[in-house]
Design a protein around this ligand. Structure first.
Ligand code: AMP
Length: 503
């Protein structure tokens, strides 16, 4: 045991350590040497605060270069990184801290007093601060330390991170990611997506989530590339940075927003070689408009917190809309029924995944872990899918989205797809709401395009011509936009609350 995730990543750093790892929108550059040295200082500061191999470090801070170096410091010291969305409030934080019992907590400076108080009643931890500008008490502590902190060796199945998944029901679960989960996935994606040291990634994703932290940053560091590191998705900043970038990773909302202005065109992205989309379904309209405007086919891939990336459309070869591509080279996928029986090719069932990318289980939830794994090691994703004759996976819906109306099972995605195809519709979300007669009733929440005068009755009548009555929305509501979380996912729980009393 002489290696670790950190050591493997650092071994991939370029020979010229002065090379830029990341650049901020105001032009400040940080080199690979900075990443190496600051990770050492942060590792030493965490060690001085009492954190030892396997201990958790909870981090709820704004995105910044220092936040990335803090992550590297954690894995350098063999600690378990636990990123938290800055949107979480006191009650949610108390749950995470009690559950994960971190030894160190790093928070936004403006919330330090609040975090001290939460920590006081939940967990014996040292609380540090780190601001968006990179300043804070952990930076002060780290500044006093040296740049030669010896990386702590770790076994492949030692934990590197715990990521809490939002989950539509029940308590958030901490997905335990091992050293090998993160390393193998990053390594595979670098090859699959053709990353080289010549690439510059436009990074506008949050780094409290697997997409922005592991997928994006690991691909860059493992290939010795550079990134333009934006604090968040800001359309103007993205437009300004695109001419210098070669790759962008984003959620579908990013691409919809880029397409919303005429300044996003083929000339602007002439330096780009690849746009990757994931974390939420890509609308066919976005895929088509994107190609028409830029000449690029968006590369859609599929993953989730527990499994990192599992499938991807190809770099070379057909990128097919409505599919998330075949399994990654070292990943196996299959579609099963509720009992775990493998279904025939083309049949719709639950997607299961096995491979070095699949997490080690849910933190302190052995029961839940057992429920979500098959005996042969496949993880039951909860996504409803089919695999076509080319081996491409189609995500058809989410098991937890399932609406049961009058005893019939209804997958909203099927209805959404048809509504979305109607002229005048931008997008839609279909949900089940309590109904005195049916238990749940199907309703559609629709966003119309600009001047469209489409009515709810027209939508209902059209869907009636296509599918069984029990699937036809009982009512249609119009909204200006669908509520989305930071990862671009439609927040159906928000819609379900909002429309819970319509019957
Ligand atoms: P998260 O754990 O937050 O990354 O969410 C994972 C979930 O996002 C998956 O289980 C899918 O339901 C959804 N998802 C991710 N990528 C895609 C995609 N390309 N198309 C459709 N759904 C996706």
């Amino acid at each position: 045991m002489t290696t670790s995730l950190f050591m493997r990543i650092r071994d991939c750093f370029p020979a010229d350590m002065n090379k830029t790892l990341l650049e901020t929108p105001d032009g400040v550059r940080f080199s690979y040497r900075d990443a190496n040295e600051w990770s050492s200082r942060y590792a030493a500061a965490l060690y001085a605060a009492g954190a030892r191999k396997g201990d958790r470090v909870a981090v709820q801070v704004d995105k910044s270069p220092s936040a990335l170096f803090l992550y590297l410091g954690c894995i350098r010291a063999g600690l378990v990184y636990l990123p938290l969305n800055t949107a979480y409030q006191a009650q949610e934080l108390a749950y995470f801290l009690e559950d994960a019992s971190p030894v160190v907590i790093v928070c936004q400076p403006e919330r330090k007093a609040e975090m001290d108080e939460i920590a006081r009643v939940t967990v014996a931890a040292t609380v540090f601060s780190l601001g968006a500008d990179g300043q804070g008490t952990i930076k002060d502590a780290a500044s006093r330390d040296g740049t030669d902190f010896a990386p702590v060796p770790c076994a492949d199945d030692d934990l590197a991170a715990i990521l809490y998944t939002s989950g539509t029901t029940g308590k958030p679960k901490g997905a335990m990611m091992t050293q090998m989960n993160l390393w193998s996935n990053g390594r595979t994606l670098v090859d699959l997506w053709g990353f080289t040291s010549g690439d510059t990634l436009l990074h506008a994703l949050p780094i409290f989530h697997t997409h922005g932290l592991f997928i994006a940053c690991h691909c860059v560091m493992i290939s010795g590339a550079s990134m333009i590191f934006l604090p968040k998705f800001d359309r103007e900043q993205v437009i300004a940075a695109l001419p210098r970038a070669t790759v962008m990773m984003g959620v579908p909302t990013f691409y919809v927003r880029l397409l919303a202005g005429k300044d996003f065109d083929a000339a602007l992205v002439s330096n780009m070689r690849l746009f990757i989309s994931g974390s939420a379904p890509l609308l066919p309209e976005t895929f088509a408009n994107f190609h028409a405007r830029t000449g690029h086919y968006l590369l859609e891939r599929y993953g989730m917190t527990e499994i990192g990336m599992a499938t991807s459309n190809p770099l070379d070869g057909d990128r097919i809309i409505h599919t998330v591509g075949p399994a990654l080279p070292d990943v196996e996928v299959r579609v099963c029924d509720d009992q775990g029986q493998v279904l025939a090719q083309g049949e719709v069932g639950v997607l299961e995944v096995r491979g070095p990318n699949v997490f080690a289980g849910y933190w302190k939830m052995p029961e839940k872990t057992r429920e979500e794994f098959r005996k042969d090691g496949f993880f039951i994703t909860g996504d409803i899918a089919l695999i076509d004759d080319k081996g491409y996976v189609h995500i058809v819906g989410r098991a937890k989205d399932l609406v049961i109306s009058g005893g019939f099972n209804i997958y909203p995605k099927e209805i959404e797809t048809e509504i979305d195809k109607m002229a005048g519709v931008l997008e839609s979300a279909v949900i089940g709401v309590p109904h005195p007669d049916f238990g749940e009733a199907v309703v559609a929440i629709v966003v119309l395009q600009g001047e469209s005068t489409l009515t709810g009755e027209e939508i209902i009548n059209y869907i009636k011509t296509l599918m069984a009555n029990f699937k036809v929305p009982k009512q249609v509501f119009f909204v200006d936009e669908l509520p989305r979380n930071a990862m671009g996912k439609v927040q159906k729980n928000v819609l379900r609350d909002q429309f819970s009393t319509v019957f």
